[in-house]
Design a protein around this ligand. Structure first.
Ligand code: ZN
Ligand code: ZN
Length: 408
């Protein structure tokens, strides 16, 4: 028996309170005003649990399996899930090592285990008080799970090494492909917004101007005491009508990102040192190398992920912030869509970061061949993190607010 769904929800992008149509298979419910997706509304717990369990088992297996094996003049080396972390760490780039650890190991594993626990609680009917917080924790980790990006990086790193060493695929790579597939499938059988109702059925309120919606669990509720800080009664998150200081914080993050974008393109992301020869690669240099070796598909992927995506993020976010300063009702829907695109593509710009980490952790053949990460990767990684956080701190509802005031 499925729990009831709230009759009214406020759109996360435009704040419009509305009733959602009943869920239908293969159909994505959208906000009637701004077009923001509200999720499919479908939760298949019977499928979600085994898929996730398979993912966790695959992850544990993967921790002990190599992804690639290389050979150079009789010397062998293997890469694994933690190679990018150890590579950055070895060359004293601990912030990048931490980033790689969070995105490749901690966030995917933490999210999967937390979700397994929450779904098991729902299925057994045993709901400890903290279960909503555990689910909120898994949702916080979600944007930082980047196993799919890491998989693409692993494939790219293999082609980069082809001229230098003998590269072999190992079964671990197939397990990684299976794991990424399981996680993608999981997201399609469990609507993460609707799942909140399975943790605690919403108590419906009649919408009114003072009602406040939780950005985490979408529960529309009474604002609570006017003086103290109000917490969501379902998930415990702090409630804000609008994210505090959203514009200032987003500008600060964005400007830092823009400043770091220049060194990230000017300095090398990594250097291949082989028998005394040094071959440095900047981001654009990496694309050029793939083009000369006629690796068209990979060249396109790296060009899009490392050059187009960061630019779209920087220019797009600047445009959204300027749109709040100079409001217009004309581009509201387009701006909401732009924000969604930036949110979706943001993580893919981490591809080159993982390539640099993987190569530097894998190719450690002393004088024969080594790959050393360059300062460019530190700057580029910072741009990725800054723009991702800026996308989160930006409150899209402000776009619609200023437009409303203008219309009045
Ligand atoms: Zn909306
Ligand atoms: Zn909540």
């Amino acid at each position: 028996m499925e729990p009831a769904e709230s009759r009214f929800v406020a759109c996360r992008a435009c704040a419009e309170i509305q009733a959602l149509p009943p869920p239908k298979a293969g159909y994505d419910r959208k906000c009637r005003r701004c077009g923001e997706t509200m999720g499919s509304g479908l939760v298949h717990l019977d499928l979600a649990f085994p898929i996730l369990l398979a993912a966790v088992i695959a992850f544990i297996v993967l921790l002990s399996l190599p992804l690639q094996r290389i050979e150079l003049h009789g010397r062998h080396a293997e890469s694994g899930l933690s190679t990018a972390v150890s590579g950055f760490f070895h060359y004293g780039m601990s912030p990048m090592a931490l980033f790689a650890f969070v995105c490749i190991v901690f966030a995917p594993m933490g999210r999967a285990v937390a979700l397994l626990f929450v779904i098991a609680c729902v299925q057994t009917g045993h709901r400890p008080k903290y279960v909503a917080r555990v689910y909120r924790f898994s949702e916080t980790l979600r944007p930082w799970t980047m196993l799919d990006v890491f998989l693409v990086a692993a494939l790219i790193s293999m082609t980069k090494l082809r001229d230098l060493v003998r590269v072999e695929m190992t079964p671990g790579l197939w397990v990684l492909i299976g794991l990424v597939w399981c996680l993608t499938l999981f997201d399609s059988v469990l609507d993460r917004h609707r799942f909140w109702d399975f943790l605690e059925e919403p108590a419906d309120i009649t919408p009114h101007a003072n009602a406040i919606s939780c950005l985490f669990c979408n529960l529309l509720q009474e604002p609570g005491a006017p003086d103290g800080i109000a917490h969501c009664r379902r998930c415990g998150a702090v409630l804000h009508r609008r994210k505090p200081d959203s514009v200032q914080i987003t500008w600060a993050l964005l400007l830092s990102g823009i400043i770091l974008y220049f060194p990230s393109n000017l300095y090398p992301v990594f250097t291949i040192v082989s028998l005394g020869h040094r071959n440095t690669f900047t981001i654009i240099g990496g694309v050029r190398q793939l083009l000369t070796s006629e690796d068209w598909p990979l060249a396109v992927i790296i060009f899009v992920a490392s050059i187009v995506v960061p630019l779209v993020k920087l220019i797009g976010l600047a445009w959204l912030l300027i749109s709040i300063r100079y409001p217009s009702v004309r581009y509201l829907r387009a701006n909401t869509q732009l924000h969604r695109v930036i949110e979706m593509i943001g993580r893919w710009s981490a591809t080159d970061v993982f390539v640099a980490g993987l190569l530097s952790g894998l190719v450690m053949f002393d004088k024969l061949a080594t790959v050393v990460p360059g300062p460019g990767v530190l700057a580029f990684g910072s741009v990725v993190v800054l723009t991702m956080v800026a996308t989160m701190t930006f409150d899209q509802r402000l776009l619609w607010d200023v437009a409303e005031t203008k219309r009045e």
